[in-house]
Design a protein around this ligand. Structure first.
Ligand code: ADP
Length: 262
């Protein structure tokens, strides 16, 4: 497991001195981090520490008050979420973002959206671009269904799936865009032990060849998957280290103990 960012590798996510203020609330107070190609990188911290805000800033959903974010060499702070997606970045949401009235298979279409270039007219007349993109979609969908263990669920509606399966579908949707960088926002929240174990093996399967950034409360997930984790406390970065070592840092211990007392 890497503790140091591997040397000589490509930097995929670079955040420099990120600050985010909501009125009088300072959610992020000078966070910098570097994630290198191929890493599974964790972001942890007590409730209210700023993890979700950092996550949203890193994937371009929220603009920082100041600071720079580069993902795959793109200045995310100035890009729309759609352009960030086109650049090879995908994310899952904290709350399950599965369309309940659509089948598993149709949910996968939403993940492919950013890469479709055919026009509405092209779809109606069945243009060659449309047919080519449909063929690519079906091919990718089969691969993703198999990878995420959802092949037998393809015709089921999103709203009848067990919670853990919905979360897997959310990852499957993200994989449809063939992302080089995958951001996962508290993917195991609300899962039981079995679902968490299944989820960990799904991420282990899909991580090779990508860079993955996970915000997660559940330390089982962070320890199982992440080479390094950043601990955020009160909007500040406290330590980046191997997950099993971060809890040896005094400031991390007291922040977590303080949070338990509240
Ligand atoms: P975490 O994900 O670690 O629980 P958050 O990023 O959600 O922390 O929140 C960090 C701080 O910023 C908290 O004090 C929270 O109340 C505040 N905050 C987050 N989002 C908003 C918002 N949209 N408006 C005002 N304050 C916010």
């Amino acid at each position: 497991m890497n503790v140091e960012a591997p040397r000589g590798k490509t930097v995929v996510v670079q955040a420099t001195d990120i600050r985010k203020r909501y009125g009088g609330v300072v959610a992020l107070d000078g966070v910098s981090l570097t994630v290198e190609e191929g890493e599974v990188f964790g972001i942890i911290g007590p409730n209210g520490a700023g993890k979700s805000t950092l996550f949203d800033v890193l994937c371009g959903i929220t603009k920082p008050t100041s600071g720079q974010i580069e993902v795959l060499g793109h200045d995310v702070g100035t890009m729309t979420p759609h352009l960030v997606a086109r650049a090879g970045v995908a994310r899952t949401f904290q709350r399950t973002a599965v369309f309940g009235e659509a089948t598993v298979y149709d949910n996968l279409r939403y993940g492919r959206h950013a890469s479709f270039t055919h026009s509405v007219a092209g779809r109606i007349v069945g243009s060659s671009v449309y047919r080519r993109e449909q063929a690519a979609f079906h091919h990718k969908a089969e691969e993703v269904l198999a990878l995420s263990g959802l092949s037998d669920d393809r015709a089921r509606l999103g709203n009848v799936l067990a919670y853990g399966v919905q979360r897997r579908l959310a990852v499957a949707v993200a994989l449809m865009s063939e992302p080089r960088v995958l951001f996962l926002d508290e993917p195991a929240a609300g899962m039981n032990g079995r679902e968490t174990a299944d989820f960990i093996s799904l991420i282990e399967t899909i991580a090779p060849g990508r860079t993955v950034v996970i915000v997660e409360h559940d330390m089982t997930v962070i320890k199982a998957l992440c080479g390094r984790a950043l601990v955020v406390v009160d909007g500040r970065p406290v330590v980046v280290d191997a997950p099993e070592r971060v809890f040896k840092h005094a400031e991390v211990i007291s922040a977590y103990l303080g949070a338990e007392d509240e």
